[in-house]
Design a protein around this ligand. Structure first.
Ligand SMILES: NC(=O)c1ccc[n+]([C@@H]2O[C@H](COP(=O)([O-])OP(=O)(O)OC[C@H]3O[C@@H](n4cnc5c(N)ncnc54)[C@H](OP(=O)(O)O)[C@@H]3O)[C@@H](O)[C@H]2O)c1
Length: 320
């Protein structure tokens, strides 16, 4: 096998095409030939943090080599995964990832359509089933803010497929409103026009002034919020009178801390692959660009940084 591979790194001057050494798998690592990656807001957050880094925390590809203790995959398997924030990202031809956070790619999807899913799927799944502890018997109303965004799109679909909740999304434009309704939202409201009497709130944009007070007003007593962003100086006291619980969700927690239940991410990605192949969940891919190089990834980053994505942008090798 080649000892060097093409990759894209972020530098102070922007993204740059480089050649890097091919990495060697650790005991539970897969070496994956990357065919498609998606871009998430975390890419530009890490980019703004400085330093020369390989970005990219979503990929679909083929396993080409495995570590000595790998038991879930063999070379030739098609996979999709997000990876971990404490390791180099997926913007490279060959990439290492711990098998416990990798799923088998949905058979019915192209590499590009599969690459749109993992990071947002893990975030949405952990929000609904680990933070809110919902199940098929759950009822009440879930408010999904930023409903057409990458994560919101998966929260809507998973909530509709696997719970009995009424799902209300928020969107500010015709295009995003229509997308959220198509994915299964029962209703869509404006970001600042939130309905009263909800039980659960998914919040990707918690820093807006006065938002916690608004959440306290519209949630029922005993309601719950899961936030996934990094609002500064959050005051949660307004939630006390109604005994509202507030959860953080970070989809990198399991790999970052190597938690004993880390393999839950493998299991949920496999479960969602089955739901996709059954036609219950669909890919959120809306824009596909190629090839995987610095110029194309720069375009994709600009789209995501605009803050008004509908679904996901994926950068793939030609013909994926
Ligand atoms: N903690 C975690 O594990 C985790 C995981 C994934 C993402 N995140 C973070 O969560 C955030 C969202 O991620 P994403 O991938 O879903 O982003 P995204 O796809 O870029 O989100 C775009 C969506 O945001 C909506 N939006 C714009 N202004 C809004 C507002 N004031 N309130 C609510 N929604 C608004 C837009 O709707 P309109 O166009 O209709 O206005 C658009 O559909 C980012 O900050 C990201 O870094 C965290």
């Amino acid at each position: 096998m080649d000892t060097k591979m093409p990759a894209v790194i972020s530098t102070a001057q922007g993204l740059r095409d480089v050649e890097l050494p091919v990495p060697t798998p650790g005991a539970r690592d897969l070496l994956v030939r990357v065919h498609a990656v998606s871009v998430n807001p975390v890419d530009h957050k890490v980019r703004r943090g400085g330093g020369d880094k390989v970005l990219g925390w979503d990929a679909a590809g083929v396993v080409v080599a495995v570590g000595s203790e790998v038991s879930l995959f063999t070379p030739g398997d098609e996979v999709y995964y997000a990876g971990s924030i404490d390791r180099p990202g997926t913007n490279a031809r060959l990439h290492l990832v711990d098998e416990r956070i990798v799923g088998h790619k949905p058979r019915s999807l192209s590499f590009a359509a599969a690459a749109a899913l993992p990071l947002t799927t893990i975030t949405a799944w952990e929000t609904l089933f680990d933070r809110f502890r919902l199940d098929a018997g759950s009822t009440g109303t879930l408010l999904v803010l930023g409903a057409a965004g990458g994560v919101g799109s998966m929260v809507i679909q998973l909530a509709r497929a696997l719970t009995g909740l009424r799902v209300v999304g928020s969107a500010s434009r015709d295009e995003s409103r229509t997308w959220a309704l198509d994915l299964g939202a029962h209703d869509v409201v404006g970001h600042d026009d939130l309905p009263e009497g909800v039980d659960y709130i998914f919040s990707p944009n918690t820093g807006a002034p006065g938002l916690i007070e608004r959440f306290a007003r519209i949630l029922r007593p005993g309601g719950a919020i899961t936030a996934i962003d990094e609002p500064e100086g959050l005051d949660l006291l307004p939630l006390k009178a109604k005994s509202i619980s507030f959860h953080w969700e970070l989809m990198f927690t399991r790999p970052l801390f190597q938690t004993p239940d880390m393999i839950a991410q493998h299991e949920l990605l496999d479960r969602v692959a089955d739901l996709v192949d059954a036609g219950t969940i669909r890919s959120t891919l809306t824009t596909q660009l190629s090839p995987i190089d610095a110029a194309t990834l720069t375009r994709a980053h600009e789209m995501v940084e605009g803050g008004h994505m509908v679904g996901k942008v994926v950068v793939a090798e030609p013909l994926q």
